[in-house]
Design a protein around this ligand. Structure first.
Ligand SMILES: Nc1ncnc2c1ncn2[C@@H]1O[C@H](COP(=O)(O)OP(=O)(O)O)[C@@H](O)[C@H]1O
Ligand SMILES: [Mg+2]
Length: 209
């Protein structure tokens, strides 16, 4: 089993949307057994899983209580997807080292850049292999992707500059609320280039499934 987390210290970058779409992609297109863990106290995802057709498991967890033993409880899955909270807490220090592939969605804004720097510092402090970390541009808002100097800042940053950047995710049109069923063709087209890359990385780092 591999663990993939969608992380980062900025809200609204698409962590939840992409974690859900990652599960839909893995379940419906890669035929993988997948469970999604989230720590949303409002339990939006868990409630949706009951009301919508959802063919994979979604569970609410207390983020700080995700430990190696608990992750082992999901060992019969091919993938465990973790939707991480946006705000930094000490719990991150316990959970991050347990994760195989860390995906950080972001937008090309100065604020995102500083939040990414903060995330990078935590990765370094924890001694996590930067090879596990991948940046994922979520290009859904033109307004939020206008700051073109940010690309240069990223490239020139000693830590962030060495992290791979996945193919960006375009805006879903029409803007869809979270869906748990099969991906529609436009959603699939939007995420497939990035997620194929993630699958390759998973094979490369951790061998065949
Ligand atoms: N590629 C996208 N296209 C359209 N809307 C998106 C896209 N990615 C995210 N959104 C929207 O942006 C908002 C924030 O996304 P969300 O996944 O909740 O972010 P986070 O979990 O990082 O706080 C949601 O309303 C979501 O529907
Ligand atoms: Mg979220």
């Amino acid at each position: 089993m591999k663990t993939i987390s969608f992380c980062g210290f900025k809200g609204g970058t698409g962590k939840t949307t992409l974690a859900v779409n990652c599960c839909r992609y893995l379940h419906y297109y890669e035929e993988q057994k997948v469970t999604l863990l989230h720590s949303d106290p409002h339990q939006v995802l868990s409630t949706m899983a009951v009301s919508q057709h959802c063919a994979f498991r979604i569970e609410m967890v207390k983020f700080g209580e995700v430990d190696a033993e608990q992750i082992n409880d999901y060992a019969e899955n091919d993938f465990l997807i973790i939707d991480c909270p946006s705000s930094f807490s000490a719990d991150y220090l316990l959970v991050l080292p347990l994760i195989d592939i860390i995906i950080v969605p972001f937008m090309y804004t100065t604020l995102d850049y500083y939040k990414l720097l903060g995330f990078g510092q935590v990765i370094t402090k924890l001694g996590i292999d930067p090879g596990k970390v991948t940046l994922l541009p979520n290009l859904y808002s033109e307004r939020l992707n206008k700051e073109s100097q940010v690309e240069k800042l990223l490239q020139e940053s000693p830590l962030l500059g060495q992290l791979p950047i996945l193919p960006g995710i375009p805006r879903n049109k029409p803007m869809a609320n979270l869906q748990l069923g099969n991906l529609i063709p436009t959603e699939l087209n939007n995420i497939r280039p990035a997620f194929i890359n993630i699958m390759h990385k998973s094979h490369f780092l951790y061998g065949n499934m």
